[in-house]
Design a protein around this ligand. Sequence first.
Ligand code: SAM
Length: 457
Amino acid sequence: SKASPFLEPGLKTSPNTLAIVSLSRDNFQPLTLKQSSGAVDGYAEGATLNTRFGSFPHSTLLDIPWGSQVRASVVDTGSRGRKRRRDEVESQDTPVPSQDEGDDKATPSSLAKAVVASSGFAYILRPTPELWTSSLPHRTQVVYTPDYSYILQRIRARPGSRIIEAGAGSGSFTHASARAVYSGYPRNAADKKGKVFSFEFHEPRYEKMQEEIKNHLLQDIVHITHRDVYRDGFSIDGKSPEATAVFLDLPAPWEALHHLSRRKIQEGGKEVGNDGSRESPLDPKQSVHICTFSPCIEQVTRTVTEMRTLGWTDIDMVEIAHKRFTVMRERVGANLPSERGFNPTPGDVNEAVRKLKSDIGRTLDFHKAQQSRLDSEAPDCKMDVDEQAPNGSSKPTPNGNGATETAEEPTFLQGRIVHRTETELKTHTSYLVFGILPPEWNEEAEAVALAKWPCGQ
Ligand code: SAM
C-alpha cells in the first residue's frame, strides 16, 4: 500500500496525497491534491486552490518535485465559474467560502483579486510534523514543535518505540511521535514495529483524528481509540500495548496514572495485584519514560505526588522558553563594505557616517516638530505611563522616568523607545513533568541479574 507522505514522501507530489502549500513565510495551507479529468465546480481546469495570491489549479501542483515554486495561473481559466460565484456572493454581503479547503478567509474582494492577481506564487512542500503543526485545523490547544521535540527525546522515542498518548486533541503531537517511532511498515499484525497508541474521549475529535490519520496514511503506525482513559485505562482489546513511553496531555494526568502501573488493573481502574482482569499497558522488561504536559503548577504538584506514590523515579519538571531570533543585515551607506568582501576603505566609513548624521538630523527635526505641535495643542496632557513624579511636578516622559525635558537635550536623545516583538516575549505553554518507571524487581529479574554477576555479562 501507499506510504504516508509524512514518512516516505518520494521525490514528487502525487494525487490524493497531502501537500503543504506555502503562500508566505508564515502562511501554510494543507491541501490534498486531486487529479481531475474535467471541470470541477465551475472551474474549467478542475480542482483549484484559490488564494489571495492567485489561483492554483491542482493540475499545476501535481507530479512536480517537492519544494517547487509554482506561479499562480496566468490563464483566466475557470473565471466563468468564479465570476458566477462572485456575482452570487456580491449580492449576499457575506464572506465566501473558498473553492476548496485552501482559503477559509476568502471574501468577495479576495476572490475578485484571485481572477486578476495571477502574478503570485507558492511553494509546494512535503508534509512534515512541523508544517502540519503550523497549518493543522485547531480543535484544541496543541503541543508545538519546541515542546514536542524536547519531549520526544526525553521519553526516548526512537524507531521501534511504542508510545501511549492521551488525549489526541488536534493530533499535533501524534504526527510528531508517529515519525519518531517509524521504522518501516509492519509486515504483519504481530510485528512489533514502532506504534503510537492514541486515546481521545471527545467523540467528534476522535472521529476527525481517525479521518486525518487515514488520509495521511498513518493508520499502520497510529492506533486511535475512543475512550475515557481516567476510567478505562490504556489496554487495547484487553491486551497490553507494551509501551515504553507515555505522553499525557490531559487536564488531570494524575487520574490516569494508576493505569500505568506495573501490576494488572481491575476493571474500573483499581489496582488489585496479580489477579486483576487487565494487563499493565507497559512493557514489563524495560524502563518506561513518561511526560505529562500541564499549564498550571497546581496540576504539576498533584501529578508529582501521584507519581511518587506509584513508584516513578527521577521525577523532574522543565519549562521550554522558546525564543525566535531574526538575523538580518542593515544597510548603512551606499557603498556597503560587505559587498566588497569586508574590506572597508576610509571612503566607505566617511560615507556611512555622513548618511548616519543626515538620518539623525532628519529624526531630530521630526521630533522637534512633533513636540511643538503637542505643546501647542495640549499643553497639560500627560503621557499614559505607570511612573509619574509623586508630586506631579515634572512632566512625565515616554520612558516613564519622570525626567524633565530641557531646552538643550530633548528626552528622546536619552534613549530609544524599543518594542519587544511578540516573538521575543516569553510564552508559557506548559510545564513538562518527566519520570521513569523501572521494570519490576521480581524473582526472575533477580535470577537474571545474579546470572550476570559479577561482570554484568
Ligand atoms: N496533545 C494534543 C495535540 O498536540 O494536538 C492536544 C491535546 S488537548 C490539549 C487535550 C485532549 O484531551 C482533548 O482533546 C480532550 O478531549 C482530551 N481528554 C480530556 N480528558 C480525557 C480523558 N479522560 N480521556 C481521553 N481524552 C481526554
